[in-house]
Ligand binder design. Structure first.
Ligand code: ADP
Length: 590
C-alpha cells in the first residue's frame, strides 16, 4: 500500500479522499491556493503546500507545480478527486511516467478513449451497447449540424467532447439556432475543458438519468455497484441523487449493470468509474463514461456498504477486488442532497459569504461529506458547494421521512443555501412518487414556490444573491415557565455594498440561456470575482438595455453580463482571459 498520498483537489472531496487514506494508514498531503489558506482540506491533511493564486488555472490546474510538490513531499501516489485535473488524460500520463508516483485512477489511455465522448460512443457501439443516436465523429461546421438536425429531427444537442455537468452542451430546437449554439458549445468546451471539439446527439425529451458505478482491478475483474438515479436536475446539473432507482425492475437493473461492466472491460479500464445512461420508455442508451470518482458516489457506498475510495487505493496498489459480483447487494435506499451556497429564490445565484451559523444534522442514517465549519468563509473562487448531506433508510419512503428530519435540523445562517429547495422537493408529489425526469424541474419548478420556501426555511440573515441583507436578533423568553424563542427583526432589508445601484446579481445555469446579470446605467460592473470568457462590445458600439456586453465565468458558471440600460460604449477596460474582482468596471457607457 502507498505511504503518502497527495490529494490534488480541495473541499469536501479532498477530505473524503483523506478519510480513506487515514483508515488505510496512509499519510496525506494537501495542496491549496491563496484563497484556500484556511480551508478545511488543508487543516485535515498531515502536511500542506501552497501552489499558487486563487484562479484554478494558476493553482489547482497547474500540473507541473502539483507534480513538483508531490516529489518534494515524497508522496508515492496522487489522487485527483473530481473536477480540476481528474479527467485530464495528459496529467494522468504525466504521473504514470513519473518515477515513484502512482496515479490513483484509470490508465491514461483508457481515460483518453472514454473521456472523449465520440470515442467512448464508438467503443460502446462496437460492444453492442445502445447509444443515444448521434455522431461518433466531431463536427465543426454549421451546415453539417443542420443536416444532422434534419436527419434526427429537432431538438438536437451539440455537446463538447470534454463536457460534463451540462457545461458545453447546447440544445438546438430549430435550424435557426444552429450557428449560435455551435459557437457557444465550442467556446464553453474550450473554456472549461480546454477542448473546443463538439459532436451532435438526438436530444431526448423526457428521459431518466441512470448511471452505473463500476470498479475494476488490474487482474481483469470488473464489478458494478448498482445504479444511481440522478434524474432530478436543474439545467442539466444534478441536485439530488439516489440509489437504487425506482425506474428499474430487477431485469433491467441486471441488463444495464452488465452493459456497464462490458463497456469498461472493453476499454481496458481499471479503478472506479461511472457509466451514464439515459432511460426513456423502458429503453436505455449509453451517454458517457466519467473516468473518476463522482460527487454522488456516496449513495452507492451507503446502499452497498462498499467504500469506493478505499477500493480506488487498493486497486491502484495492485490488489485484487475482494468481492464477486454476486456479493454486491443493495440493502438500503440512500439520497444525496447537494448543499450549495446558492439562493434558490434568485435563480440559484451563488451567494458567497460567511457561515455565521453552521450546524448540520446528526444521528441515525445521516452522513455529512463536507470540509467547512461554522465561521468559515464560502469564497467566490470555486464552485458553490458547501457539502453533501446523504441520508439512508430501509426503503425510499423511510429515506424520505428521515430526510425531512435531517434537513429540518440543518441550521445554516449567513449565506443562502439549497436547503429550502430540498425541503420543497420533499413535499413535491412527483419527486416523492419518483416520477420525475431530467426535464421536470426546468419545466415545472415554480418561482413563487421557491420564494415561499426560502422565506420559510431560508436563513434569517444572509448576504448576496437577492441583493438584500436584513438584521435579526433572537431572544429567549419564559412565559409561565414555558420557553419561547422570539425573533426580533430589524425590519427593512438593506442593499448590500456591491450592489448599490439596485441591480440584481444572478448566475444560474451555464451558457447563454443563463438569467442575465443586470448592471448599472453608466458603468457595467462585475457582480462577482471571475474570469472574462468573451467580450461582446467595443468602444463606439450602441447597446440596448439587456444586451450582453461580456461573458463572465464565476463559480464555474458562465454568466452573461448585460447592460441595465442602453447607450454608447465609451470604454472597455477588460479583455478575454482577464481576472476581475467584484465591483470592477467591465464596460462604461455614455
Ligand atoms: P454529466 O452527466 O457528466 O453531467 P452531460 O453534460 O453530458 O454530462 O449531461 C448532463 C445532463 O444533460 C444529463 O444528465 C442529461 O440530463 C442531459 N443530457 C445529456 N445529453 C442528453 C441528450 N442527448 N438528450 C437528453 N438529455 C441529455
Amino acid at each position: 500500500m502507498f505511504e503518502k498520498v497527495l490529494v490534488a483537489n480541495r473541499g469536501e472531496i479532498a477530505v473524503r479522499v483523506m478519510v480513506a487514506c487515514e483508515e488505510l494508514g496512509i499519510e496525506t498531503v494537501a495542496v491549496y491556493s491563496d484563497a484556500d489558506r484556511d480551508a478545511g482540506h488543508v487543516e485535515y491533511a498531515d502536511e500542506a503546500y501552497n501552489i499558487g493564486p486563487a484562479p484554478a488555472s494558476e493553482s489547482y490546474l497547474d500540473q507541473a507545480e502539483i507534480v513538483d510538490v508531490a516529489e518534494r513531499a515524497g508522496a508515492d501516489a496522487i489522487h485527483p478527486g473530481y473536477g480540476f485535473l481528474a479527467e485530464n488524460a495528459e496529467f494522468a500520463c504525466r504521473i504514470e511516467s513519473t518515477d515513484g508516483i502512482t496515479w490513483v485512477g484509470p490508465p491514461s489511455d483508457a481515460m483518453e478513449t472514454l473521456g472523449e465522448k465520440t470515442k467512448a460512443r464508438t467503443v460502446m457501439q462496437e460492444s453492442g451497447i445502445p447509444v443515444v443516436p448521434g455522431t461518433t465523429e466531431p463536427v465543426d461546421d454549421a451546415e453539417e449540424v443542420r443536416e444532422l438536425g434534419d436527419e434526427f429531427g429537432y431538438p438536437i444537442a451539440i455537446k463538447a467532447e470534454g463536457g460534463g455537468g451540462g457545461r458545453g452542451m447546447k440544445i438546438v430546437r430549430s435550424e435557426a439556432e444552429v450557428e449560435d449554439a455551435l459557437e457557444s458549445a465550442q467556446r464553453e468546451g474550450e473554456a472549461y475543458f480546454g477542448n473546443d471539439s463538439v459532436y451532435v446527439e438526438k436530444y431526448l425529451e423526457a428521459p431518466k438519468h441512470i448511471e452505473v458505478q463500476v470498479i475494476a482491478d488490474q487482474h481483469g475483474n470488473v464489478r458494478h455497484l448498482g445504479e444511481r438515479d440522478c434524474s432530478l436536475q436543474r439545467r442539466h446539473q444534478k441536485v439530488i441523487e439516489e440509489a437504487p432507482s425506482s425506474a428499474l425492475d430487477a431485469e433491467l437493473r441486471t441488463e444495464i449493470g452488465e452493459a456497464a461492466r462490458q463497456g469498461v472491460r472493453e476499454a481496458g479500464y481499471t479503478n472506479a468509474g461511472t457509466v451514464e445512461f439515459l432511460l426513456e420508455d423502458g429503453e436505455f442508451y449509453f451517454m458517457e463514461v466519467n473516468t473518476r470518482i463522482q460527487v454522488e458516489h456516496t449513495v452507492s457506498e451507503e446502499v452497498t456498504g462498499i467504500d469506493i475510495v478505499r477500493w480506488q487505493f487498493r486497486v491502484a496498489a495492485g490488489e485484487e477486488l475482494g468481492f464477486a459480483q454476486d456479493d454486491v447487494k443493495i440493502n438500503e435506499h440512500a439520497i444525496e442532497y447537494r448543499i450549495n451556497a446558492e439562493n434558490p429564490a434568485a435563480d440559484f445565484a451563488p451567494t458567497p459569504g460567511q457561515l455565521t451559523t453552521y450546524r448540520p444534522p446528526a444521528s441515525i442514517g445521516v452522513r455529512l461529506d463536507h470540509a467547512v465549519a461554522q465561521g468559515d468563509e464560502i469564497g467566490g473562487d470555486y464552485d458553490s458547494m458547501i457539502g453533501k448531506l446523504i441520508v439512508s433508510g430501509d426503503d425510499r419512503e423511510h429515506c424520505l421521512e428521515r430526510s425531512k428530519r435531517a434537513l429540518e435540523h440543518f441550521a445554516v445562517e449567513g449565506v443562502h443555501t439549497t436547503i429550502p429547495f430540498h425541503r420543497l422537493m420533499l413535499a413535491d408529489e412527483i419527486f416523492v412518487a419518483g416520477e420525475h425526469t431530467t426535464k421536470y424541474l426546468d419545466r415545472e419548478l415554480d418561482d413563487d414556490a421557491l420564494e415561499a420556501a426560502v422565506d420559510r426555511w431560508g436563513p434569517a440573515e444572509a448576504t448576496g444573491g437577492d441583493g438584500t441583507q436584513s438584521e435579526t436578533a433572537e431572544v429567549t423568553v419564559e412565559v409561565n415557565g414555558r420557553r419561547f424563542g422570539v425573533v426580533i427583526e430589524d425590519g427593512v432589508p438593506q442593499t448590500t455594498a456591491g450592489n448599490a445601484d439596485g441591480g440584481t446579481a444572478s448566475g444560474g445555469g451555464p451558457g447563454a440561456d443563463a438569467t442575465p446579470e443586470v448592471a448599472t446605467a453608466d458603468a457595467v460592473t462585475a457582480e462577482m470575482q471571475g474570469t472574462i470568457l468573451s467580450v461582446a462590445v467595443e468602444p463606439g458600439d450602441e447597446v440596448a438595455d439587456d444586451d450582453v456586453v461580456c461573458v463572465l465565468e464565476a463559480m464555474k458558471m458562465e454568466n452573461d453580463v448585460v447592460a441595465a440600460s442602453g447607450g454608447t460604449v465609451e470604454s472597455v477596460p477588460i479583455t478575454e482571459g482577464d481576472s476581475v474582482d467584484m465591483g470592477d468596471t467591465l464596460v462604461t457607457l455614455e
